[in-house]
Ligand binder design. Structure first.
Ligand code: ZN
Length: 357
């Protein structure tokens, strides 16, 4: 099976997360391909988000689960047509989704199909979703919350650049705070109760509880004040205001630790609700599946990521996640690219890993 041909087809399908029709089309393309190769599949739909589970048989628990997303971020029209250029003796393919992450999805898919044809009898499946770029809530999160599938190890080639292994990702805790007060004329502030000032106070209380972070020393919880809204005139005391905070935290911190900080920082007439959450991800270097992967990869490096991926949902269920990806550009950039030859090597390493389990 030729990685290049399948990838060219996938790049042409404009599966931007919001484009339901094209996301359905890419799932159908994969569905046809795996069925032609004698595999079974099942398509799930939740709130117009499509996911597909692929295996020799469809069940709710496997030893090894591969996960990837087939949706992409928006791009110029020309980026949905792949181009191959020879650069330093390497075949580089450009196009939206080459790096993030249709390229690696094809490596996984071809490794999976070929391994089964070659007699590998491992209890394994693939789950592709189409909403990772907008949070993964109706893809992986929905699948896991509804106990549709589980596994002993999940392999996600969507992080850890150039074969380095991403052992940790920070968890996410985003909240919306709402403050109410009493409106009054700006010239008679004593008659009012300023809602914006309450939020500023709460923010100061919260941020005091976070250590300073720098580029070099960032593996600790962080807080970002993303939005502060309220008021519409200089001469009015605002009686309502909202604030959005984005908190990120590594293991061993938990969401409970952050909730405690927020609760202890609130002042009267300020409430909050969570708008997006996700567990921090951590895989133990001693994990037996990871150990086997490390043996296969030459000189593996390790890294930690402050961003979150769909891996957070598996981590939240206590399922270890192995994250690494082949040689490719940064995600989401213009002129996104992947090293086609390396996709083939990646496929071969996955096959070796499967044989070793
Ligand atoms: Zn991705």
């Amino acid at each position: 099976m030729k990685i290049q041909n399948i990838l060219e087809d996938l790049i042409k399908i404009q599966s931007v997360s919001s484009n339901t029709k094209e996301c359905r089309r890419i799932v159908d393309y994969i569905d046809t391909l795996v069925k032609e190769n004698g595999l079974k599949s099942k398509i799930y739909e939740n709130k117009d988000v499509f996911s597909i589970l692929i295996g020799k048989e469809i069940k709710d628990k496997y030893e090894v689960l591969f996960n990837g997303h087939l949706d992409v971020v928006p791009a110029n029209q020309k980026d949905f047509q792949s181009i191959i250029k020879k650069e330093n003796e390497k075949n580089i393919m450009y196009g939206r989704g080459t790096s993030d992450m249709k390229g690696a999805c094809v490596s996984v898919l071809t490794a999976f199909i070929e391994s089964i044809k070659e007699g590998v009898d491992l209890d394994m499946a693939i789950l592709f979703t189409t909403d990772e770029e907008i949070g993964g809530f109706n893809g992986v999160k929905y699948i896991l919350d509804n106990d549709i599938v589980s596994a002993d190890i999940v392999f996600i080639p969507d992080g850890g650049n150039n074969w380095s292994i991403c052992t940790d990702e920070k968890g996410v805790f985003q909240i919306r705070l709402t403050a109410t007060g009493v409106s009054a004329h700006g010239s008679k502030v004593w008659e009012g109760d300023n809602a914006i000032l309450k939020l500023i106070k709460v923010y100061n209380n919260i941020s005091k509880r976070f250590d300073k972070v720098t580029e070099k020393d960032n593996w600790k919880p962080t807080v970002n004040l993303g939005a502060l809204n309220g008021g519409d005139a200089a001469n009015k005391v605002p009686d309502i205001a909202t604030m959005l905070l984005d908190m990120r935290y590594p293991t061993p911190y938990t969401q409970k630790d952050l909730e405690k900080i927020v609760n202890e920082s609130l002042v009267k007439e300020v409430t909050y609700e969570a708008i997006s959450t996700g567990s921090p991800l951590h895989i133990d270097i001693g994990n037996k599946y990871l150990k086997k992967w490390i043996k296969i990869v030459d000189n593996p490096e390790f890294e930690k990521a402050s961003g979150a991926s769909d891996g957070r949902f598996f981590a939240g269920k206590g399922i270890p996640v192995l994250i690494t990806k082949p040689i490719s550009s940064d995600p989401h950039i213009n002129n996104e690219w992947v090293d086609l030859d390396d996709l083939d090597i990646f496929k071969k390493k996955i096959k070796e890993w499967l044989r070793s389990i």
